[in-house]
Design a protein around this ligand. Structure first.
Ligand code: CA
Length: 648
């Protein structure tokens, strides 16, 4: 027995993907655990630390291997709200049991599928005479990339900063093609997901999934010198929330009930960007936490607030947006902040009745507060406690409201993760779907919570309205997110915008810089099962008929997603299938036209509808015949788009 233990201690352990190309090596040098990741024998992650510190046990050093267990996972499941309708997850798993010097146990679990690594820590419940109420103080898991790596990252911001002290809310600027050594904008590291380009050898997307009310949401630290036990150079580590989040109330640590399995840290690895865009790892390793109380439907919604702002939250303007939704065949209309004061509950009831007669359901906005920030908008204090929430939701159910948008959350501490979960659980009881704004990213929530729709957690369309500078960077943003933010979770960008100017009269203020076809393509590329189409009532008279026809039938749920071409922040072309219809959507953020060959074998020799920005005529609908291999050349104009679809 002793001999076996000693042999195991000295051993490096590896676990490979089913296709053998992705290899994780776990090493233990003098009690310091590390792992490294290679793809096609090229290092994607060099020796990076593993370990966890709890209040009752230190699992960061002095570890010895005490057991190993290999297994395989083969799991197929269906999804409703994500980039595809089903996933077949096949992975090799390795569970390693370690003891620290006090003989306390921790397990490290790795699951490796063809392009994804997921790992977590399992903390067993200690024996009778040991403490069992546990606090996880920190995690030393690190990510040590080869020196030539460049980054595509979004900074974490200082808490209680920004408008009405509502930060952090994952609404900062991504930077593309940056060096690792550059300090983050606020010195607070980076929010997930984090994209890395490892020279010309590959791409790695780092994120986490499976976070619920039993843990904190994590992010990545700034790039820092590697601790002992790693190779030279620097690394990023898992970072817990900042003390100042939630107005300084609540712990940055996680209180856990043992036995406990931490959320998964995930790495999506590929030679190209295809596995990054198509990954389902956020969903593959989590399970539904409850049954849906009813069949929830996807759909499109109109939203007055984006362009008409707070003044539009009155009965008559909302009737216009209900009518607009009805005219377009859309399922929902979102009534934004101040409705309780500017419309009132009695007239909201009336509005809901009116909307239902027109085949439209209302969604209502709520402020999550609480004490977490100064956001003044009402209704407030309706979502923070079970008593208020259940009263409010029962009323919504009674008057036929079908969804809520809850805004301005306090951060990533455990109590806020619990609040997200509590809102979702209660909302399901009343048949409400939930969109979060001013919030964190979802972490597997589309599968875990069947009535969860999407989160903002992005520098969203409201910024296109707010400033000309953001209107100019819209194309950059929307060609970045398919590779990072929207690759790991649904994203409520808040609307395909068809107004030429960001104003109610469609003449004043700054203009939109993207073309109509770009915006229409965004409705395909941006993924959320309940999608905002930010049409304005005036658009019904102004837009060409073929554009309105497209927006009338645009789907929001997808059976399959396929990456065709692109580079983060420059351009993207992807294909999504809804039923038997494929949609290919391309968007170009660069100042030159992009000439591309689209390859869709399904369309070999066929003609498809082709929406494109003609360099002279502007947006047009044509037919495009693909050759017998299913290839066709297209040009995407600067800040323009293309859409090809077999849908008649
Ligand atoms: Ca926001």
């Amino acid at each position: 027995m002793l001999l076996t233990a000693i042999t195991m201690m000295a051993e490096k352990r590896t676990v490979s993907s089913p296709d053998g190309r992705l290899v994780v090596t776990i090493d233990n040098q003098e009690g310091l655990l590390s792992y490294s990741v290679a793809y096609d024998e090229r290092p994607m992650l060099t020796m990076s630390r593993l370990g966890l510190e709890t209040d009752f046990a230190d699992f960061t050093s002095g570890l010895t291997l005490a057991g190993a267990e290999e297994s395989t996972i083969d799991r197929s499941y269906a999804m409703r709200q994500t980039k595809c309708a089903s996933s077949h997850y096949v992975a090799n798993a390795l569970k390693l049991l370690f003891h620290n010097k006090k003989h306390q146990a921790v397990e490290v679990v790795f699951q490796v599928s063809d392009n994804d690594v997921a790992f977590r820590y399992d903390i067993p419940r200690p024996k009778a005479d040991h403490p069992k109420a546990a606090v996880v103080r920190r995690e030393v898991s690190s990510f040590n990339f080869p020196a030539e790596t460049t980054t595509f990252l979004c900074p974490q911001i200082t808490p209680m900063s920004g408008w009405e002290r509502t930060k952090p809310s994952y609404e900062e600027d991504y930077k593309a093609d940056d060096a690792m050594a550059v300090k983050s904008q606020f010195g607070q590291g980076y929010t997930f997901p984090c994209l890395f380009r490892v020279g010309s050898d590959g791409w790695v997307l780092v994120s986490e999934t499976g976070v619920d009310g039993s843990y904190v949401g994590s992010h990545l630290s700034d790039y820092q010198p590697s601790p002992s036990g790693e190779q030279e150079g620097g690394c990023y580590t898992i970072a817990f929330p900042q003390p100042g989040e939630n107005n300084g109330i609540g712990s940055v640590e996680a209180g856990v009930s043992l036995p406990y399995a931490t959320p998964w840290r995930t790495l999506t690895v590929g030679k190209t960007l295809k596995p990054i865009v198509e990954t389902t790892i956020a969903y593959d390793v989590v399970s539904p936490k409850y049954e849906p109380s009813q069949k929830y439907g996807g759909g499109r919604y109109t939203w007055s607030w984006l362009v008409w702002q707070d003044n539009s939250i009155n009965y008559d303007d909302q009737v216009q947006f209900v009518d607009l939704a009805a005219a377009m065949g859309y399922e929902y209309c979102l009534v934004d902040n101040w409705w309780d004061q500017q419309i009132g509950r009695d007239r909201i009831e009336e509005l809901s009745k009116y909307a239902q007669q027109k085949g439209v359901s209302l969604m209502l906005w709520y402020n999550s507060n609480g004490y977490e920030n100064d956001a003044p908008q009402t209704p407030r204090d309706c979502m923070a406690t079970p008593l208020a929430r259940n009263r409010e939701m029962a009323w919504m159910q009674k008057i036929g409201v079908k969804g809520i948008k809850v805004d301005f959350f306090g951060g990533d501490k455990q109590q806020t993760m619990q609040l997200y979960e509590d809102i979702l659980v209660d909302a399901n009881r009343y048949g409400l779907q939930v969109i979060f704004h001013g919030c964190t990213i979802p972490r597997g929530w589309e599968v875990m919570y069947p009535n969860y729709v999407a989160s903002e957690a992005v520098l969203a369309s409201e910024n296109v309205f707010f400033t000309e500078q953001h209107a100019k960077s819209e194309a950059f943003e929307l060609t970045m997110h398919p590779f990072c933010r929207n690759a790991v979770g649904t994203m409520d960008w808040g609307g395909t915008i068809m107004n030429k100017y960001l104003s109610r009269d469609n003449k004043s203020r700054h203009r939109r810089f993207t073309t109509d076809i770009f915006e229409m393509a965004a409705a395909i590329v941006n993924q959320t099962a309940v999608q905002c189409i930010a049409l304005q009532p005036n658009n019904l008279q102004e837009l060409p008929q073929f554009e309105l026809d497209f927006l009338r039938q645009v789907p929001t749920t997808w059976d399959e997603t396929r990456f065709l071409d692109g580079y983060p922040g420059r351009y993207v072309v992807m294909a999504r299938r809804h039923g038997s219809d494929w949609y290919v959507a391309g968007m170009n953020a660069e100042p030159q036209a992009k000439m591309l060959t689209i390859s869709m074998p399904e369309w070999a020799g066929k003609s498809v509808s082709y929406y494109v920005d003609d360099a002279k005529k502007g947006p047009v609908l044509r037919q495009l015949k693909l050759d017998k291999r299913g290839c066709a050349k297209v040009a995407i104009q600067p800040l323009g788009g293309v859409i090809l679809t077999s849908k008649q």
